[in-house]
Design a protein around this ligand. Structure first.
Ligand code: GLU
Length: 540
C-alpha cells in the first residue's frame, strides 16, 4: 500500500490536478493589476461590513485594471438561508457594484474561472485533496465527532491547547494498511491536512492593512474535506483563490489568525500565496462603549436597511470610502464633481483599528449627494422608493410636471437646497406643496397681527413680480404695518418696532407653508401659483 493507492481508494474518480491547472489559465493582465473578490456565505443578511469589504476590493481592482469577482461560499449547507445568493447578488446591484465575474443570479454566472459557487466545485476540491493524500500531506481521519469532543474535553481538563494536532492527532499515525482496511470496512471518515508546522516556531506575515504580524506556526491537522464531501473554508480558500488567480485577499480581520494555516496550505499545495489585507470591523458607539455593529442589535448593520430608508447608494458608498481612507474627505472637497472611482484609493492607508459608524455624517453626505441631483433624478428616485414604501408619496408625485417644479426649487444653482438626506425625507419635505397647512405657529406675532400683515400684503401681491419687486413689496408691507423695513434699522432700535421685515416674511411663509423653515419663499409661491397662494393667505 502506498499513498497513491490510498488516494485512489478515497477519491477513485478525481481528476489529476493538471487538468484544472491547465483549464484555468494564468490571467493575462497588466503588471500590478489586482484580482480580488467578495466571497460571502449565503447564511444571513448582507452586512454593511461585507459591503464595505466588497467596495474596497472593487475600488482597488478598478484602480489597477484588475478583476473583481463574486464567489459564493456555500460549503456550510446547513446554515444556508433561503434567497441567500439572490440577496447578495441584488445588494451588489443596488449599490452599482456588479462584479466583473462570478454569480449574477442564484443560478447564473459569468467568467472563465467558475463555477463561482463552491458547492458546485466539489470535484475540484476532491482532486486537490487527492493530490495532498498522494503526497502524504493529508489523510483520512476516522474519529467520530464524539471522539473529537472527547479529545477536546481532555485537553481542557489538562489545560492544554485544544485541537487535533501532534500526539492528539490519533489518525495521523495509522499505517496506510490500517487506513485502507477501515475504508474497505465502510467506516466513516473525513480528510485532514497533515500539518508540518510546530507551535514553538514563529511565522512572520506582512499584512497590507495590519502591517507586520507574528504568529506561532500552525500545527493543527484541520479538516479539509468534510463528511458531506465538501471542503472547509480554509481548503476551499486555498484552492479557489489559487485557481481563480486572486492576487489580493481582502477580508474581515476575524480571519487574520488563520493566516499561518492559510500560508501553510498554499505552501504545501505548491501555490503562490496571495497578499492579504485584513479589514477591521465597523464599530458603533454604544453609550460610550465601542463595539462591533451587531447583526442583532443594529438595524443599520443590514445592507437592506439603507434601501428601505431610501439612503442613496451613492451616499453609502461615499461614506464607506470616507471611513476607509481619511484622505478622501479632502479629495472630495477639491473634486466635488468627480466619481468616487477616480479617487486614488490606497489599501495601505486603511486604519488598523475599526472605524466608528456615524449615521449623522452619512446622512449629511446623503444631503450633499441629493443636492447635486437634477429635479428629474430626484423625482425618479423618489418614485422608485415610494413604489415600495410609501403610497401617499407615490400619489403626490402622480402629477409629474408639478412635482418637477416642486423638486426643482433651489436646485441646479451654485448653492442648491440641502434638506433631503434620504428618499424617506422627501414626503415631509414637500408635503406643504400638495396640502394646505393644518396648523400655524406665528411665534411672537399674534394671529390677529398676522392677519393684518397678510391683508396688507394681499393688496399688493402680484404673481408676475420678479424677485426684487416681490421682496420690496414685503418691505412695503412691513413699513405699512409698523415693522422695521430693514433688519439693520431694527437692530439699532429694537424697542421701537414690534419686529422687522424678516418677521413679516416669516408670517407669509408660515401662512403659506405652515413652516418657519423652507426653501426660497419666492420660488415656492411661484410654483404654488396665484390662486393657491391667495387661498392660503386668506385662510388665516
Ligand atoms: N466566506 C468567508 C466569510 O464570509 C469569506 C472570507 C474571505 O473573503 O475569504 O467570512
Amino acid at each position: 500500500m502506498d499513498y497513491k493507492e490510498l488516494a485512489n481508494l478515497i477519491f477513485p474518480n478525481a481528476k489529476p490536478i493538471s487538468y484544472y491547472e491547465d483549464k484555468y489559465k494564468v490571467r493575462d493582465l497588466k503588471e500590478g493589476a489586482v484580482v480580488s473578490r467578495f466571497a460571502p456565505s449565503p447564511t444571513g443578511f448582507v452586512h454593511i461590513g461585507g459591503l464595505y469589504q466588497a467596495l474596497v476590493a472593487r475600488l482597488i481592482t478598478k484602480k489597477t485594471g484588475g478583476v473583481f469577482f463574486l464567489r459564493i461560499e456555500d460549503t456550510d449547507q446547513k446554515r444556508e438561508i433561503e434567497n441567500g445568493v439572490t440577496d447578495i447578488v441584488n445588494s451588489l446591484k443596488d449599490f452599482d457594484m456588479e462584479p466583473d465575474e462570478g454569480m449574477v443570479s442564484d443560478t447564473e454566472e459569468k467568467g472563465e474561472y467558475g463555477p463561482y459557487k463552491q458547492s458546485l466545485r466539489k470535484d475540484i476540491y476532491q482532486a486537490y485533496a487527492k493530490y495532498m493524500i498522494e503526497m502524504g500531506k493529508a489523510y483520512p481521519c476516522f474519529c467520530s465527532p464524539e471522539e473529537v469532543e472527547e479529545i477536546r474535553k481532555k485537553q481542557e481538563a489538562a489545560k492544554i491547547r485544544p485541537g487535533y494536532y501532534g500526539v492528539w492527532a490519533k489518525c495521523r499515525n495509522l499505517t496506510l494498511e490500517e487506513m485502507a482496511e477501515k475504508i474497505k470496512n465502510g467506516e466513516n471518515y473525513i480528510v485532514r491536512f497533515k500539518s508540518p508546522g510546530r507551535e514553538d516556531r514563529k511565522i512572520k506575515h506582512k499584512d497590507i492593512i495590519k502591517g507586520n504580524v507574528e504568529f506561532p506556526e500552525n500545527d493543527q491537522d484541520i479538516v479539509i474535506i468534510k463528511a458531506d464531501g465538501l471542503p472547509t473554508y480554509h481548503f476551499a480558500h486555498a484552492v479557489d483563490d489559487h485557481l481563480m488567480g486572486t492576487t489580493h485577499v481582502i477580508r474581515s480581520d476575524e480571519w487574520l489568525s488563520s493566516v499561518p494555516l492559510h500560508l501553510q496550505l498554499f505552501q504545501e499545495l505548491g501555490f503562490k500565496p496571495p497578499k492579504y489585507a485584513h479589514i477591521s470591523p465597523i464599530m458603533k458607539n454604544d453609550n460610550g462603549n465601542k463595539r462591533k455593529l451587531s447583526k442583532r442589535k443594529d438595524p443599520e448593520a443590514a445592507v437592506s436597511y439603507y434601501k428601505e430608508e431610501g439612503i442613496p447608494a451613492e451616499a453609502v458608498k461615499e461614506y464607506l470610502i470616507n471611513i476607509a481612507n481619511s484622505s478622501f474627505e479632502n479629495w472630495r472637497r477639491a473634486n466635488p464633481e468627480k466619481s468616487i472611482e477616480d479617487f486614488d484609493f490606497d489599501l495601505n492607508k486603511m486604519s488598523v483599528s475599526g472605524a466608528l459608524f456615524d449615521m449623522v455624517k452619512l446622512l449629511d453626505i446623503g444631503k450633499t449627494v441629493i443636492s447635486k441631483m437634477s429635479a428629474e433624478e430626484v423625482y425618479n428616485e423618489s418614485i422608485k422608493w415610494a413604489k415600495e414604501h410609501d403610497d401617499e408619496l407615490l400619489k403626490m408625485l402622480e402629477d409629474k410636471e408639478y412635482s418637477l417644479k416642486v423638486l426643482g426649487i433651489e436646485r441646479g444653482n451654485s448653492k442648491p437646497r440641502k434638506d433631503i438626506s434620504k428618499w424617506s425625507d422627501v414626503k415631509d419635505n414637500i408635503i406643504y406643496m400638495y396640502k394646505k397647512p393644518e396648523e400655524y405657529d406665528f411665534d411672537k406675532i399674534s394671529r390677529e397681527d398676522a392677519k393684518k400683515v397678510i391683508n396688507e400684503y394681499l393688496k399688493i401681491y402680484n404673481e408676475n413680480d420678479d424677485k426684487d419687486t416681490w421682496f420690496n413689496k414685503i418691505k412695503d408691507t412691513a413699513e405699512k404695518c409698523g415693522y422695521a423695513r430693514e433688519v439693520k434699522e431694527y437692530k439699532q432700535n429694537p424697542e421701537k418696532w414690534p419686529g422687522h421685515v424678516g418677521d413679516v416674511s416669516t408670517v407669509l411663509r408660515v401662512a403659506i407653508t405652515g413652516r418657519r423653515n423652507t426653501p426660497d419663499l419666492y420660488e415656492i409661491m411661484n410654483v404654488l401659483g396665484k390662486d393657491e397662494v391667495i387661498s392660503r393667505l386668506q385662510a388665516i
